[in-house]
Ligand binder design. Structure first.
Ligand SMILES: Cc1cc2nc3c(=O)[nH]c(=O)nc-3n(C[C@H](O)[C@H](O)[C@H](O)COP(=O)(O)O)c2cc1C
Length: 231
């Protein structure tokens, strides 16, 4: 009996240890699952390298050479550094102290968002964090190309398109349209100055893009620029 006791006690102790171990293992597994989910969600976003704020053609030469290009080389992709430089030129911060932007907006409404469409997904340019925030996974460049009524197939040949979305609730329709035009010209001039090809476009599936990105009716895709390298 006396000899039995330690053996019983040790068995129940080991059972408790096993139960505790199982609980602990479950907790560890849960923690790994949470971390893995967080990493996979985070992995969909793309951190951009710091934008280079020098280089390119002198502005007068870029003005002299700017033109619309509609033939893109589908095999020549855009480096992440160039994506960062291009989006910074579109609507990034150029005065860190005040948070003012490369694109002027009426009354500094700052109502323009730039979305990056490529073969992997659709991303919102986070101008504060210098990152691309994934909003949809998959290739939606066909929505930029147009609708079933009118589509321009060359858009799919370009490795990416920038879609400028104006918040008309913030700025009113007139300012929202004008301000999109200004950001668009930043893209046109940056592209000419840095060896990229582009064309400013109004054609796109506005409703399709609003639905895809869960945008309210007041957030209007106004203009887009397919970007890439000329054929
Ligand atoms: C507001 C605006 C909308 C445009 N929409 C389209 C378009 O949907 N598709 C297209 O191929 N070009 C479009 N363009 C490009 C013009 O056709 C082009 O800028 C014009 O023919 C002048 O040529 P350039 O840009 O070479 O000077 C648009 C241009 C602007 C300014």
């Amino acid at each position: 009996m006396v000899r039995c006791l330690p053996s019983f006690a040790s068995r129940s102790l080991s059972w408790n240890v096993n139960k505790n171990q199982i609980k602990m293992n479950r907790k560890i597994l849960m923690m790994f699952a949470v971390i893995a989910t967080a990493i996979s969600i985070h992995a969909q976003n793309i951190e951009l390298p710091s934008p280079q704020k020098n280089g390119g053609l002198p502005i007068n030469q870029a003005l002299a050479e700017r033109h619309s290009e509609r033939e893109f080389n589908p095999d020549k992709t855009i480096s992440l550094q160039t994506v960062s430089d291009l989006l910074w030129a579109t609507c990034g911060i150029n005065r860190v102290e005040s948070g003012m932007r490369t694109n002027p907006t009426a009354r500094n409404f700052q109502e323009i968002d730039a979305y990056w469409f490529d073969s992997t997904g659709v991303y919102l340019y986070d101008f504060k964090e210098n990152a691309l925030i994934q909003k949809a996974e998959g290739d939606y460049r066909n929505l930029v190309a147009g609708t079933s009524q009118f589509k321009q197939d060359f858009v799919i040949e370009a490795p990416a398109s920038i879609v400028l979305v104006s918040d008309t609730a913030k700025a009113g329709l007139t300012c929202a349209l004008i301000d999109a035009g200004i950001a668009c010209e930043n893209i046109n001039l940056f592209c000419t100055g840095n060896g990229l090809a582009t064309v400013p476009r109004m054609t796109m599936d506005v409703n399709g893009i609003q639905q895809l990105l869960s945008l309210p009716e007041t957030s209007l895709p106004v203009l887009n620029n397919p970007v890439g390298y000329a054929k």
